[in-house]
Design a protein around this ligand. Structure first.
Ligand SMILES: Cc1cc2nc3c(=O)[nH]c(=O)nc-3n(C[C@H](O)[C@H](O)[C@H](O)COP(=O)(O)OP(=O)(O)OC[C@H]3O[C@@H](n4cnc5c(N)ncnc54)[C@H](O)[C@@H]3O)c2cc1C
Length: 387
C-alpha cells in the first residue's frame, strides 16, 4: 500500500462516493465535492443485483444499503390486463432499494473510511495534471482527479476528450408511493413486474414494507403520457389492471429521457472520468449505478497495483470497458423493444429468459464478479427483507 497520495473527486453520487471509500481504504486522502447543498437523491428505487452488492460489501456499505429493503426473487412481464407474458427467476441476489438509502450507505462508508465531503462546491474544469478549478476560480491540485459528476458532466467537457451523447427514444417518470396492506400481503411483493401496453410500460417494484417504486416509461414523443402531473386517465386506459395503483400516483415525480454517453477514452493524464459522466446508459437492466460503482472500485484497485497514475488509468479502462460497453449495448437494445409490436416483443422476452445462451448474455453483468471483490465472501443479507 502506498501512502501520502491525494485525490479530489467531483460529484457525490454512486460513482464518486464509491471511489472515495475505496481510495481511502487504500491509504489515499480524499475530498469529494458536491455542487448541491445537501446529499439528497431523486425519489426512486434502484435494483441492486449481486454484482453491485459485492461492491457495497467490499467498501463496507452493504448492511446499511439493504437494511429493511425488499429482496426480489423474480421478474415478470405482463400485458395491460395483467396477464403474464414472461417470467424469470433471478440467478443472483437482488434487492430493490430506495436511491436515498443507497446514497446514505455510501456517504457513511466514505466518511468512515476518512473521506471529506464538501457540499455547495461546484467544479468547472479539470486539467490532465490533476488540477481542478471551482466556481470563484479556486484551484486545487492533487495526485488524481476523478470526474464523477454525472450525465451532464462539466469536467468531461473541459477535458477535450471526444465524446458523444445519444438520446434514446424512450424515457421514464419515476415516483414513490406508499404500499397498501393489500399489496404487502400479495405474492407480487416478491417480484418486480413490468406491465407493457404498446410503447408504454409500468414497472412496479416494492422497495420495503412501506414504499413502492413505480416507473412509467414511454416514448419521448408521447407528449400526453410523459406529462406531469401524471395523466391518470390516459395511463389507466392503457393499463386497466392497474387502475387502483394509478389512482394513487400523486406527489413528487420526475421525467427523464434515456441517454447513452460514450467517451473515446475514460481518462486524460491524471484525471479519470467514471459513472454516468463516462458511460451513462438506459436504466432497463438496472445496471447503470452498478457499472458506476464497479468501475469506481476497480479504479482504486488499479491505482493500488500500478504506481504511475496515467498508466493505472489506462489499465483500468482496458480491463473494465468491455463489460460496460456490453451493458450499454444491451440496455439500448431493450429500449428499442419499446417500438416493437406486442407479440414480437413478448416472443423476444420469452426467448431471452428461456434460451440459456441468451439468458446468460442478458445476465452477464449481474453475474460478473467485480474487480476488487474477488475475496469478498457471500453477503449476510439478514438486514434486508426476504419476503
Ligand atoms: C429512470 C432511471 C432508473 C434507474 N434505475 C437504476 C437501477 O435500478 N439500478 C442501477 O444500478 N442504476 C439505475 N439507474 C442508473 C443510475 O441512477 C446511474 O447510473 C447512477 O446514479 C450514476 O451515478 P453517478 O455517480 O455516475 O452520477 P450521479 O448519480 O448523477 O451523481 C453525480 C453527482 O455529481 C454532482 N455534480 C454534478 N456536477 C457537479 C459539479 N460541476 N461539481 C460538483 N458536483 C457536481 C451531482 O449533483 C450529483 O450528486 C437508473 C437511472 C434512471 C434515469
Amino acid at each position: 500500500m502506498r501512502r501520502g497520495r491525494h485525490a479530489e473527486i467531483v460529484g457525490a453520487g454512486m460513482a464518486g462516493l464509491t471511489a472515495a471509500a475505496a481510495l481511502c481504504q487504500r491509504g489515499w486522502t480524499v475530498r469529494v465535492h458536491e455542487r448541491t447543498p445537501g446529499l439528497r437523491a431523486v425519489g426512486s428505487g434502484l435494483s441492486i443485483f449481486e454484482n453491485a452488492l459485492r461492491v457495497l460489501r467490499a467498501i463496507g456499505a452493504e448492511n446499511d444499503a439493504v437494511r429493511g429493503a425488499r429482496r426480489g426473487y423474480e421478474r415478470e412481464t405482463r400485458d395491460g390486463h395483467g396477464r403474464t407474458t414472461s417470467r424469470m427467476k433471478y440467478a443472483t441476489t437482488m434487492f430493490e432499494i430506495t436511491r436515498q438509502q443507497v446514497l446514505a450507505a455510501l456517504v457513511s462508508a466514505a466518511q468512515r473510511a476518512g473521506a471529506e465531503i464538501v457540499t455547495s462546491s461546484t467544479a468547472t474544469t479539470a486539467g490532465p495534471d490533476a488540477t481542478v478549478t471551482f466556481e470563484g476560480d479556486r484551484v486545487l491540485r492533487a495526485d488524481l482527479v476523478i470526474a464523477a459528476d454525472g450525465v451532464h458532466s462539466r469536467i468531461r467537457e473541459s477535458l477535450g476528450i471526444p465524446w458523444r451523447r445519444r438520446w434514446l427514444r424512450d424515457g421514464a417518470i419515476r415516483i414513490m408511493i406508499d404500499r397498501t396492506p393489500h399489496e404487502l400481503a400479495h405474492p407480487d411483493g416478491r417480484k418486480n413486474v413490468e406491465y407493457w401496453s404498446g410503447h408504454r410500460r409500468i414497472l412496479v417494484a416494492p422497495c420495503s414494507d412501506t414504499e413502492l417504486y413505480v416507473a412509467l416509461t414511454t416514448l419521448d414523443s408521447d407528449d400526453r403520457a410523459k406529462r406531469l402531473p401524471i395523466d391518470k386517465a390516459l395511463w389507466t386506459e392503457a393499463f386497466p389492471c392497474l387502475e387502483h395503483l394509478i389512482a394513487r400516483l400523486d406527489g413528487e415525480a420526475r421525467w427523464d429521457r434515456f441517454q447513452v454517453i460514450r467517451m473515446k477514452r475514460w481518462s486524460k493524464g491524471r484525471v479519470a472520468v467514471v459513472g454516468d459522466a463516462a458511460h451513462a446508459m438506459a436504466p432497463n437492466l438496472g445496471q447503470g449505478g452498478a457499472c458506476a460503482m464497479m468501475n469506481a472500485l476497480s479504479l482504486a484497485v488499479s491505482l493500488e497495483r500500478i504506481d504511475d497514475v496515467p498508466s493505472a488509468l489506462l489499465a483500468w479502462e482496458r480491463r473494465e470497458r468491455p463489460l460496460t460497453d456490453h451493458t450499454q449495448r444491451l440496455s439500448s437494445l431493450y429500449s428499442a423493444l419499446t417500438t416493437w409490436p406486442d407479440g414480437l416483443r413478448n416472443a423476444a422476452f420469452w426467448l431471452t429468459f428461456h434460451v440459456k445462451w441468451l439468458r446468460r448474455r442478458y445476465m452477464r453483468t449481474t453475474l460478473h464478479v467485480p474487480t476488487g471483490t474477488e475475496h469478498c465472501g457471500a453477503g449476510n443479507h439478514a438486514a434486508g427483507r426476504t419476503a
